[in-house]
Design a protein around this ligand. Structure first.
Ligand SMILES: [Zn+2]
Length: 142
């Protein structure tokens, strides 16, 4: 028998015993494992360490909550990046030059995207130019 620390989609943590990892998987997939707190069958393993302290367990369940948040944030980020791409002029390798011009009022204020080396980005940031990395996100799967 193996004891698993489990967590449901409402972030409740609880313990349950299973014959094996595969036993847990099949029971969970069949919807037979449910949260004793809310009855949800959307459960997953929280942390595999058998001798975790209470403090460690709290940390583990918090981390999972953060991961859930990150997934939602990723969707928002993807939308934000799409909006930025649609509303910005792609200036390519002229990015550092254009960003400076806009920052110093020498060029029309607008959203731009483009490439810059890490050194160039660092000097732009040092000059107080408001640039941020545009994450290269994998295309959304339909
Ligand atoms: Zn629950």
């Amino acid at each position: 028998m193996i004891k698993f620390d489990l967590i449901c989609d409402e972030q409740h943590t609880f313990e349950a015993w299973f014959a094996s990892n595969a036993d847990f998987d099949s029971q969970r997939d069949a919807g037979l494992v449910s949260c004793p707190h809310c009855g949800s069958a959307e459960v997953d393993k929280a942390l595999m360490a058998p001798s975790v302290s209470t403090a460690r367990k709290k940390e583990a369940s918090m981390q999972l909550a953060m991961n859930t948040g990150q997934k939602a944030a990723m969707d928002q980020l993807r939308k934000a990046v799409k909006a930025i791409r649609e509303n910005s002029e792609d200036v390519g390798e002229r990015f550092p030059e254009e960003a400076r011009k806009i920052h110093y009022g020498e060029s029309e204020e607008r959203g731009i995207i483009g490439q810059a080396s890490p050194d160039e980005v660092k000097s732009l940031v040092d000059e107080g130019v408001n640039v941020a990395p545009l994450p290269d996100l994998p295309e959304e799967k339909n």
